[in-house]
Design a protein around this ligand. Structure first.
Ligand code: NAD
Ligand code: G6P
Ligand code: MN
Ligand code: MN
Length: 432
């Protein structure tokens, strides 16, 4: 039977995962689930872990659910390792958002300076996990959710030299759900073709008759208040610009296509002490209050207030597809290998792929028109330099990465923000 390990098990998202495994109980012969956390997350692990145990019991399953702070013990002989940790917890995210905003610059957890610092804190930890895996479960698959998910996957491939890694995100699923609904279809009746980077991809959509319905979806979404994910304000895109793209952007493209409006909104939230991280802190406290209730035996509805809702559909389906060689069509972060002709072969891209027992096989997306290509190549270069800075701790490289990032203004302000963040996050940045 299978042993699954989740690192960052104390996350409030864990009931999503457990629900996803329970749904797939007939296709996934699970024996053990190990939820791993660290001292700082001990209380969260205890609460959410006990809910996980109740959920499994309620479903009448004999799976062992272990809660531990001993990562190496958990990894021994694992088949799948999923990662969903946040180095420095939400307090670090508050700094990622508030420090850039205090200088009038976008503060977002996966975009701009904040996302880059999340990479600086996370990459050294994921590389340690990979070293443990090589020793304790060399054949296991690493299923990563930890943001910035695409950069983390690339770091594992390039610097961890570990091939069996897949990066995941719930955004494509959320788009599939929303877009099929607006044209009165079900997601399974449509074919979605995605290409780009994590939180920076575009897609086209086709129906069962083979007609492209991308424009038809655009007709609808410009006439309604479309909300893809909870954490992103759904300010409408400029219709003419999106028509010109010829593809549907992802929700996160608002930070790049509507920068001034998004920044204005963030600055208002900042002034009220209501950045997304601060809001999430409250949602999380509410969720953990619910989780403590011994009568709660299922994933509560309130979890849909988190931006990552439905991510278990991605994680559990991916695990089942690899285990059962299902050849499912999924959007994952994986090595490009030429699928996106505009990017290096060895980088990670987020792309529609066929999931086999040998992992994701990305489908060819080809070349992008110049409008997409320009931004895509800058963003990839920014990611490559950010990852290199995270690995080496090189100050010049970090500044270089800030310059490449379209959301960080170059010059003195970049240096001031970089310096302030290096001090604020010092505890979690041993490499700098
Ligand atoms: P969180 O703040 O609740 O952190 C999750 C857990 O990680 C905490 O219990 C914490 O103690 C633990 N942790 C921190 N450092 C650790 C370490 N070194 N080893 C083991 N555990 C450690 O975070 P969250 O809001 O639940 O999000 C978890 C992660 O998942 C974040 O990185 C977030 O960005 C990511 N996420 C990604 C997606 C996606 O689409 N890819 C969706 C949702 C969340
Ligand atoms: C989703 C993203 C995740 C991100 C989450 C944030 O849109 O796919 O990568 O972590 O939202 O949600 P939160 O509730 O933490 O703001
Ligand atoms: Mn995501
Ligand atoms: Mn810049």
């Amino acid at each position: 039977r299978i042993k699954i390990v989740t690192i960052g098990g104390g996350s409030s998202y864990t009931p999503e995962l457990i629900e996803g495994y329970i749904k797939r109980k007939d296709e996934l012969p699970i024996g053990e689930i190990w939820l791993v956390d660290i001292e700082e997350g001990k209380d969260k692990l205890e609460i959410v872990g006990n809910l996980a145990k109740r959920m499994v019991k309620e479903a009448g399953l004999d799976w062992e659910v272990h809660l531990t702070l001993d990562r190496r013990e958990a990894l021994k002989g694992a088949d799948f390792v999923s990662t969903q940790f946040r180095v420095g917890l939400l307090d670090a995210r508050i700094k990622d958002e508030r420090i850039p905003l205090s200088h009038g610059v976008m503060g977002q957890e996966t975009n701009g300076a904040g996302g880059m610092f999340k990479a600086f804190r996370t990459i050294p930890v994921i590389l340690e996990i990979v070293e443990d895996m090589k020793e304790l479960c060399p054949d296991a698959w690493l299923v990563n959710f930890t943001n910035p998910s695409g950069m983390v996957a690339e770091a594992v491939l390039k610097y961890g030299k570990f091939e069996k890694v897949v990066g995941l995100c719930n955004v494509p699923i959320m788009h599939n759900m929303m877009e099929s609904k607006v044209i009165g279809k079900k997601p399974e009746d449509l074919y979605f073709q995605y290409g780009g980077l994590n939180h920076h991809h575009w897609h086209r959509v086709f129906d069962r008759e083979g007609n492209e319905v991308t424009e038809q979806i655009m007709d609808k979404i410009f006439n309604q208040d479309e909300n893809t994910v909870q954490n992103i304000t759904s300010i409408p895109f400029f219709e003419e610009q999106i028509r010109d793209l010829g593809m549907l952007p992802c929700a996160y493209h608002r930070y790049y296509y509507l920068t001034d409006d998004m920044l204005k909104k963030e600055l208002e939230e900042f002034a009220k002490g209501e950045t997304r991280a601060e809001v999430v802190k409250k949602v999380e406290a509410e969720l953990f209050e619910l989780y403590k209730d011994p009568n709660l035996k299922e994933k509560p509805e309130q979890l849909t207030k988190r931006g990552g809702a439905y991510y278990s559909d991605a994680a559990c389906e991916l695990i089942s597809s690899i285990y059962n060689d299902k050849k499912t069509d999924m959007v994952v972060s994986t090595r490009n290998n030429g699928a996106l002709a505009d990017l290096p072969y060895d980088c990670a891209v987020e792309v529609s792929s066929i999931i086999t027992a040998a992992g994701p096989k990305p489908m060819n997306f080809g070349k992008f028109p110049p409008a997409e290509r320009g931004l895509l190549q800058v963003m990839k270069a920014m990611e490559e330099v950010t990852i290199e800075a995270a690995v080496t701790g090189d100050y010049g490289k970090a500044l270089q990465a800030f310059t490449l990032n379209p959301l960080v203004p170059s010059g003195k302000v970049a240096k001031v923000i970089l310096d302030e963040m290096l001090v604020a996050h010092k505890k979690h940045l041993p490499q700098f």
